[in-house]
Design a protein around this ligand. Sequence first.
Ligand code: GDP
Ligand code: MG
Length: 145
Amino acid sequence: MSTEQTLILVKPDGVAAGHIGDVISRLEGKGYVIAGLKVVAKATDAQLRQHYADKVTKAYFPELVDYMQSGPLVAIIAEGVNVVAAFRQIAGVTNPDEAAPGSIRGDYGRSWADGAIRNVVHSSDSPEAAKHEMQIWFPELNLNS
Ligand code: GDP
Ligand code: MG
């Protein structure tokens, strides 16, 4: 297996609740390399339309944008063999009520009365998606060239 990279976002709820360090600790604890790290004060509409390109037609997309713009987020590039799939396990499934205890979403996320799914972190679902997403959040790395 070859080394690959994944794009992780600590979403605004995760930043507000103080989980940046936990996410980084879990990555470092497993021995993955942190290859990129930044605070994004507020995600732009353009960034979110690119990042969630397959979600723009969903009824919940405006809600998702509001959530992702509700505060600062932290973008991370993590590197290692099989890190894409491995971090999806560490994050847990999309619905935080169903995410396994011990996963990030299982430990820190839950559903709320307003119907929002606030699930603490994003992570790429394939190495190809990771390349696309890294260009959105780390354009200065010129990953296209
Ligand atoms: P992920 O890859 O596990 O993050 O899940 P998806 O790619 O399916 O969805 C992306 C993000 O959109 C999720 O992490 C949620 O924040 C949000 N989302 C997905 N489904 C819903 C939904 O039915 N309602 C709302 N409000 N948000 C959703
Ligand atoms: Mg996804």
